[in-house]
Design a protein around this ligand. Structure first.
Ligand code: FPP
Length: 238
């Protein structure tokens, strides 16, 4: 692995928890629990390599269509993880931020999110962005509403709207995603960080998320490093 050519911002669509559980005759929720345990170890590995930004897809707005039992289990898991792991995030100096909207979220979930954000807000070596109750299209719609309100209020002119300003009014102001991994063999973006992934490289390992460990991540990085990113220009290496 070339430590001088690591992505600055990695996105992970954590897919396959349900299938992982099914293969073991367990309830789907046990797959989410295994996914959460894996995420903790994986984050340590990724930040340990020196990667600065990690975004994960924890819960999409569409996930509310799942059975109430599964949704409640996930919400309880978030509250538990954000509470229990707060000390660890603080010790490791990881800033935790959230992307998504607040509609339909339980107040204990919102409280645990606000609590964790507040406890880690002054760090900036590592940033962990959790997409929770997130939809990429909704993020763009919400940005459009914020910016149009500023135009109506005459705080800015239409001519002031450029890519930098749009990025500033997404849920979080983040650098572009360099690399997006979706586990479990599904090859879809499913509304994940549409604006931020415009120039990202994609990687779709067959491994189910609870099994996607540090070794698998390193393999992914080597694949990333073997690709030539051109950003619409010519290939410098040719
Ligand atoms: C998709 O797998 C996974 C999810 C909808 C939940 C992801 C959440 C976690 C890994 C929990 C930990 C997160 C945090 C931030 C503490 P799936 O259920 O669609 O799997 P399937 O496609 O095999 O059914």
């Amino acid at each position: 692995m070339d430590m001088n050519n690591l992505p600055n911002h990695v996105g992970i669509i954590m897919d396959g928890n349900g299938r992982w559980a099914k293969a073991r005759n367990l309830k789907r929720s046990m797959g989410h629990k295994a996914g959460a345990d894996n995420l903790e170890k994986l984050l340590k590995h990724i930040f340990g390599l020196g990667i600065k930004y990690v975004s994960v897809y924890a819960f999409s707005c569409e996930n509310f269509k799942r059975d109430a039992d599964e949704v409640n289990f996930l919400m309880d898991l978030f509250v538990k993880m954000f509470g229990l792991k707060k000390k660890k995030f603080v010790k490791d100096q990881i800033k935790v931020i959230f992307s998504g909207c607040t509609d339909n979220l339980r107040s204990d979930v919102l409280d645990s999110m606000n609590n964790l954000m507040d406890a880690t807000k002054d760090f900036d070596n590592h940033v962990f962005n959790v997409c929770l109750n997130y939809s990429g299209r909704r993020e763009i719609v919400d940005m459009a509403k914020k910016i149009s309100t500023m135009v109506v209020d005459k705080k800015i002119n239409t001519d002031d709207i450029d890519e930098e300003l749009v990025n500033k009014y997404m849920y979080q102001e983040l650098p572009d995603l360099d690399f997006v991994i979706r586990t479990s063999g599904e090859m879809r973006i499913s509304n994940f960080m549409l604006w931020q992934s415009s120039y990202a490289e994609y990687y779709f390992p067959n491994t189910l998320f609870p099994d996607f460990n540090g070794e698998e991540f390193d393999k992914a990085i080597m694949e990333y490093q073997s690709r030539h990113r051109r950003f619409g220009g010519y290939d410098e290496k040719k």
